[in-house]
Design a protein around this ligand. Structure first.
Ligand code: FES
Length: 181
């Protein structure tokens, strides 16, 4: 069972030793159904990330052992995907689209604005543990460019004022402090 509660509370890295037995069994069952374990690599990485909050080196090793791959192979795959995180991230992961259309509509200045506003560099977690900003390829929301995803939810067209509203709203939704990990 995925630790949804820990995810929701931002307690992403709840156990840095082992994938819990239940989750391991669930993943093994999924892998068993595939023709080739590697077919499940992204699904397994994503599920393990959802449990822990990011794919640490230990998690990479565990995923590799589940899939019969080397940790290097898993790492290479993980770093290829924008939505797999190899470093701890905030509770809200903001993926600002840097596709051509969004870029034409001012993505670069919005990225600077977001980073300045949150006091972070791209990929860093904000001091309150709530936010991480990352670039991503086109999210299919070009009609609403410039656009971003926050934990998978699309927003656009963005302006600095709209971004302020969204950040304020996210903070209100989750007023509890995030426990450091
Ligand atoms: S280019 Fe940004 S949503 Fe398509």
């Amino acid at each position: 069972m995925i630790n949804e509660r820990a995810w929701a509370k931002g307690l992403h890295w709840v156990n840095n030793h082992m994938i819990p037995e239940g989750l391991r069994k669930e993943l093994e069952a999924r892998i068993k159904q595939a023709d080739h374990p590697r077919e499940c690599a992204v699904d397994v990485m994503y599920t393990v990330q959802k449990h822990y909050g990011y794919l640490s080196d230990e998690a990479v090793q565990e995923v590799a052992s589940l899939l019969g791959m080397t940790p290097l192979e898993v790492d290479e795959l993980a770093t290829f995907y924008d939505f797999i995180y190899r470093e701890p991230v905030g509770k809200f992961v903001i993926h600002l689209c840097d596709g051509v259309v969004c870029w034409m509509f001012g993505e670069e200045s919005l990225m600077n604005y977001l980073c300045r506003k949150l006091g972070v560099k791209v990929g860093e977690r904000s001091a309150d543990g709530l936010f991480t900003v990352l670039p991503t390829a086109c999210i299919g929301y070009c009609d609403y460019a410039p656009a971003m995803l926050v934990n998978g939810i699309p927003y656009g067209p963005l302006t600095p004022e709209k971004i302020d509203e969204i950040l304020d709203q996210l903070r209100i939704e989750e007023p509890e402090p995030v426990i450091d990990r």
